[in-house]
Design a binder for this molecule. Structure first.
Ligand code: ZN
Length: 497
């Protein structure tokens, strides 16, 4: 989170140029049929390239050249076997704990390190990448842009925008923030149609088989991710809250029996001489990868959040959740109707608190109050600004952190009642914002994926050495044994240290 959002405040995400107005016929590379399209191949390339830069800024890439090269090489092999082998393909591992993969028009494919942690071998990764390649080769993004223009939605660049939004899901703090502030359009999410998803599955299975991976690995991926969802739901139930409904690759890609059945059926028809599943290579490639949040993004440990680079820490009140997103940090109350949101003021907004208030908040009137927040210089501003809908209230606190970064803290609530109920919690959360102490630094250690031989004592034994909160269940999960069963003693398995 945090350091990335400075870029985000000023520039709307994926603001792209308008596409051609009415559309002309393009031959679909997969079907060979002409289809009317608002997006030529050249536009796919230029829009994709532009959006690619924004995705890189938004997420950041995993800084491990060896891992990037491994994924790129696998992707290129699959792409060469696809219907658009002549495109210049790009495969990137994003530095995100989200369990996700997505593609942009023109040949840009992304997998998160979050999804990679849950995959068991190279063939499963190939399954995810093959599916995304299928969206690109069949021009699903361009088709969506055309559909949207036909529907008069006026979101001409939505093929690109939608690809990213779909992949992010609209769960979590982003959604809460837009509900609360109502300043962001509630999020028109364009997803691929069911037929497009099935076609991407089918194409993925075909590309897998052509690259000598058993297409049945795509079934394993779906089952693994189903377990991951089940774990999240079990966790939510144990904590007495509703499970998040979206946010991973599976939820944006309908996973029904039809889908599994289609892949299995197709797999049995495709050729049967497959190379090995590349498990050893895969485990070697992901060893050393961060698990969960990375230090760059800030770390959540229990009720605490730490950002080592910025040198700050904050503690959520009991029962509150910490949501660490690229655009902001949010501490959300148990009723989920109030939150303390923290953003970083972009450097160009000014050096002093007064400048930041003037340039960033653009108030029409209000008053400031100088504060000292745990030794840091702070300013509270209460006032309002003129908007199209009339005067909008502003109540923010600016804090200068130990590295000179200006943080903007916004206590937000759905309505006045919620605000009243959450008042004490919001104040407590804000009051805990501090420069990292020695104790905070010791607690802020990122988690890392490693491999080890499966011991006699099983997952229970491995769990004893793991810092994960639900270690045994989580170790089972990342190794594909959430439902039960166990690997052979001595077999290489993933652990988190
Ligand atoms: Zn898909």
């Amino acid at each position: 989170m945090l350091q990335k959002l400075t870029r985000r405040l000023g520039v709307p995400l994926l603001l792209t140029t308008l596409l051609a107005a009415c559309g002309s016929p393009i031959v679909n590379p997969v079907t060979g049929q002409a289809e009317r399209s608002v997006m030529s191949e050249q536009m796919e390339l230029t829009e994709g390239a532009k959006a690619h830069q924004q995705v890189l800024q938004e997420y950041g890439v995993v800084k491990d050249a060896r891992l990037q090269a491994y994924v790129n090489k696998l992707g290129q092999r699959l792409a060469q076997q696809s219907h658009r082998g002549q495109l210049q393909w790009h495969f990137t591992v994003l530095d995100s704990p989200e369990v996700n993969a997505f593609a942009l028009p023109g040949g840009y494919v992304y997998v998160t390190r979050g999804i990679m942690a849950y995959l068991q071998n190279e063939a499963e990764l190939a399954g995810v990448i093959g599916h995304e390649i299928g969206h690109v080769t069949a021009r699903h993004g361009a088709q969506r842009a055309t559909r949207q223009q036909d529907a008069g939605l006026g979101v001409l660049a939505a093929s690109v925008l939608g690809a990213v939004l779909e992949s992010q899901g609209m769960s979590g703090a982003g959604q809460l923030a837009s509900e609360l502030s109502q300043t962001v359009a509630s999020g028109y999410i364009a997803s691929y149609s069911r037929d497009q998803e099935l076609q991407a599955d089918s194409l993925g299975a075909e590309y897998l088989a052509r690259t000598a991976y058993d297409p049945r690995n795509m079934v394993n991926v779906i089952n693994s991710l189903k377990s991951q969802e089940r774990f999240a739901a079990d966790q939510a139930r144990a904590e007495g809250r509703a499970a998040a409904t979206s946010g991973n690759w599976l939820s944006s890609h309908p996973s029904n029996d039809q889908r599994l059945q289609q892949i299995s059926q197709q797999a049995s028809q495709l050729k049967r001489n497959y190379a090995d599943d590349g498990r050893a290579r895969y485990l070697q490639a992901i060893a050393g990868m961060a698990f969960g949040e990375s230090a760059d993004q800030g770390l959540t440990r229990g009720q605490n959040f730490y950002h080592g680079d910025m040198g700050i820490a904050i503690t959520a009140p009991y029962g509150w959740k910490i949501q660490n997103e690229a655009s902001q940090l949010a501490l959300v109350n148990p009723a989920r109707d109030a939150a303390l949101m923290i953003k970083v003021a972009p450097p160009q907004a000014g050096r002093t608190h007064d400048e930041v208030i003037r340039n960033l908040l653009k108030p029409s009137q209000g008053r400031t109050e100088r504060l000292n927040l745990n030794g840091m210089q702070a300013t509270r501003f209460v006032g309002s600004r003129a908007t199209n809908q009339g005067q909008q209230a502003i109540d923010v606190t600016l804090v200068t952190g130990p590295r000179g970064t200006v943080f903007v803290m916004v206590p937000a609530a759905k309505n006045t009642n919620a605000q009243q109920r959450a008042r004490a919690g919001l104040a407590q959360a804000q009051g805990s914002f501090r420069a990292m102490t020695g104790q905070d630094r010791a607690a802020a250690r990122p988690w890392t994926l490693r491999t080890t031989a499966y011991p006699q004592g099983g997952f229970a034994q491995l769990a004893q050495r793991s810092p994960l909160p639900q270690a045994e269940a989580q170790l089972r999960l990342i190794n594909g044994y959430y439902g039960g069963g166990a690997p052979r003693v001595g077999q290489l398995v993933k652990v988190v240290e």
